[in-house]
Design a protein. Structure first.
Length: 51
Protein backbone atom coordinates (compact mmCIF):
# COMPACT_ATOMS: atom_id res chain seq x y z
CA UNK A 1 0.00 0.00 0.00
CA UNK A 2 2.83 2.36 0.83
CA UNK A 3 4.38 1.65 -2.58
CA UNK A 4 1.10 2.63 -4.25
CA UNK A 5 0.94 5.90 -2.31
CA UNK A 6 4.56 6.71 -3.21
CA UNK A 7 3.93 5.90 -6.89
CA UNK A 8 0.87 8.14 -7.00
CA UNK A 9 2.79 10.93 -5.28
CA UNK A 10 5.62 10.70 -7.82
CA UNK A 11 3.11 10.60 -10.67
CA UNK A 12 1.48 13.76 -9.35
CA UNK A 13 4.84 15.53 -9.13
CA UNK A 14 5.77 14.43 -12.67
CA UNK A 15 2.42 15.54 -14.11
CA UNK A 16 2.74 18.88 -12.34
CA UNK A 17 6.20 19.37 -13.82
CA UNK A 18 5.02 18.48 -17.32
CA UNK A 19 2.18 20.98 -17.06
CA UNK A 20 4.74 23.80 -16.92
CA UNK A 21 6.67 22.65 -20.00
CA UNK A 22 5.85 23.77 -23.52
CA UNK A 23 4.01 21.08 -25.49
CA UNK A 24 6.90 20.26 -27.89
CA UNK A 25 9.29 19.76 -24.95
CA UNK A 26 6.77 17.54 -23.14
CA UNK A 27 6.21 15.46 -26.28
CA UNK A 28 9.96 15.11 -26.86
CA UNK A 29 10.45 13.96 -23.27
CA UNK A 30 7.59 11.47 -23.66
CA UNK A 31 9.15 10.05 -26.83
CA UNK A 32 12.55 9.68 -25.17
CA UNK A 33 11.08 7.97 -22.09
CA UNK A 34 8.92 5.71 -24.25
CA UNK A 35 11.91 4.68 -26.36
CA UNK A 36 13.96 3.97 -23.24
CA UNK A 37 11.18 1.81 -21.78
CA UNK A 38 10.80 -0.07 -25.08
CA UNK A 39 14.53 -0.81 -25.23
CA UNK A 40 14.47 -1.92 -21.60
CA UNK A 41 11.51 -4.25 -22.20
CA UNK A 42 13.15 -5.78 -25.28
CA UNK A 43 16.41 -6.35 -23.40
CA UNK A 44 14.58 -7.93 -20.46
CA UNK A 45 12.59 -10.24 -22.73
CA UNK A 46 15.75 -11.19 -24.63
CA UNK A 47 17.62 -11.91 -21.37
CA UNK A 48 14.83 -14.07 -19.93
CA UNK A 49 14.56 -16.19 -23.08
CA UNK A 50 18.27 -17.00 -23.04
CA UNK A 51 18.51 -18.03 -19.37
Amino acid sequence: MLFLVAALLLLGVAMGSVAHLPLPAALAAAVVIGAWLTVFAIRERHTRHHH
